[in-house]
Design a protein around this ligand. Structure first.
Ligand SMILES: CC(C)(COP(=O)(O)OP(=O)(O)OC[C@H]1O[C@@H](n2cnc3c(N)ncnc32)[C@H](O)[C@@H]1OP(=O)(O)O)[C@@H](O)C(=O)NCCC(=O)NCCS
Length: 152
């Protein structure tokens, strides 16, 4: 498995976008598959935020994705954020998400950030195991979220 910026594999933007829309589209009012795809295409950077990464299997097929973005929680002044961590069901529990999280942390550090944030409804234990610290919990757009941070 290797992790590369989506910019190196623009052919995978539609898959990244489709996963993100199915998983989190409901959190973003007014988002459509088309607007999500445009956003993902706007994250095809290498050395500046926002940058989306993809994990590739032995055959070069996509087995996961994660992104480093500037803003995530609307109205929250903190930045930047680890976001959109997704691994399809058939590839879970093999360490792919953990590797993607580390890749995003590494990129944030390389770009000079000292701290990274995320929010999650589903996977606080995964991040805690990777050294992330739980901050506040709150309701956000109908979901109960846990905000976390990591000093890089
Ligand atoms: C949450 C999600 C990203 C995890 O992806 P993953 O690739 O399965 O994650 P990892 O394999 O790195 O770690 C998952 C667990 O598998 C364990 N694991 C890692 N490698 C393993 C291996 N070789 N054998 C068995 N277990 C393993 C990890 O210890 C971890 O355990 P934990 O959950 O108790 O911490 C994935 O389930 C997903 O995409 N879910 C839907 C979207 C989502 O909720 N995203 C997170 C939003 S913030």
């Amino acid at each position: 498995m290797k992790i590369v910026p989506l910019a190196e594999r623009p052919d995978l933007a539609e898959q990244v976008s489709a996963w993100g829309f199915d998983e989190w589209g409901h959190l973003n009012q007014g988002q459509t598959p088309q607007t999500r795809l445009a956003e993902v295409r706007g994250e095809m950077n290498v050395d500046r935020v926002p940058v989306t990464f993809v994990a590739l299997g032995e055959d070069g097929g996509i087995v996961g994705t994660a992104a480093l973005i500037f803003d995530d929680l609307v109205g929250d002044p903190r930045n930047p954020w680890l976001a959109s961590v997704y691994v399809p069901p058939e590839h879970r529990k093999k360490g792919i998400a953990s590797a993607l999280v580390r890749a995003v942390e590494g990129k944030a550090r390389e770009l000079g950030y000292a701290r990274l944030y995320l929010f999650t409804t589903s996977a606080p234990a995964l991040y805690a195991g990777l050294g992330w610290r739980a901050l506040e919990q709150r309701d956000y757009r109908g979901e109960h979220i846990q905000v976390m941070d990591k000093v890089l």
